[in-house]
Design a protein around this ligand. Sequence first.
Ligand code: ADP
Ligand code: TRP
Length: 327
Amino acid sequence: MKTVLSGLKPTGEMTIGNYLGAMKHWPLNQGDNRSIFFVPNTHALTARQDPAELKKRTLDLVAWLLAVGVDPDKSIILVQSMVPAHAELFWILDNFVTMGELHRMTQFKDKTKKTSSEGQLVGFFNYPVLMAADILLYDTNEVPVGDDQAQHVELARNIATRFNNIYGETFILPKAVVPSHGARVKRLDDPRYKMSKSDRPDSYVALGENAESVVKKFKRAVTDSDTTIIYDPKNKPAIANLIEIYAGFADVDIAKVEKIFAAKGYGEFKQALGELVAQKLATLQLEFEKYRSNEEKLMSIIEQGNTRASQIANKKLAEVKIKVGLL
Ligand code: ADP
Ligand code: TRP
């Protein structure tokens, strides 16, 4: 049985990018795999957080996971800060990675392009190693993520290989699984960039957004210069992005979307897309409310997941400690 693991940081509102690139795929094959989904809340500390907000968003995220179909009886749902083995393995692995490797991480490079790295927090520099600990603790085979995270999974693999070479077979080598479409949903106002919850509200659609606002945002989404609805990411990046979003929410392939809208104009396409997304989100929001409104139940689901996760994680951590000579 293979182990599938992934996590979503509780920073900002979840967007349709997070959904199409990551969450949507997580409930698939839950029963056949050992599936572990978690909220990496200690990762959120790499940027200043309002404590009450961080706590709220952590619970929100667990409710979203349940809403998209992650089943707590088939999958393990955990909150990272409540399973201390993550932090402990992180420190050990920190000694199996070099400054050079971390400097090569795209996310860090992008952030330090404009400002010097001097002012960056060590946690931000270092967090791919915590992510490696998250993954390696559970003998993870596959990590379903959007393509921006693939490099971090590759780093986890390199750290695992290095450790195994020194101490013998300890960690399974993980690989990233990136969806063929929706792996990088672009901003609605500028398709050159990835949609992100940390940008201005016009650029993204949040999972919790109401129908009117969703339809309006798609209506305003930028398009390309000609008028045909064909998938050509290179020459028509705006329409290609909208086609991918449609395909993701309608669960059809790209060719089907082109066919449906072959004789239609941009206006009609964007209206249909807005309505489709609004309708799907409304269903998800109802599910979300169901779980979010009962905090006691939510906490008991988290406790159940943490207990199961700790059993696996503590065993791996104990093995690692013995191997490196820690009492
Ligand atoms: P954000 O950039 O919105 O802060 P995160 O870095 O927390 O998102 O990413 C959480 C997960 O969602 C990761 O698996 C990431 O690859 C995926 N993801 C984030 N943004 C997008 C996007 N625009 N398109 C596809 N997947 C995305
Ligand atoms: N770093 C990921 C992000 O920013 C979140 C994350 C933390 C994660 N640990 C993970 C994803 C382990 C997959 C596996 O989105």
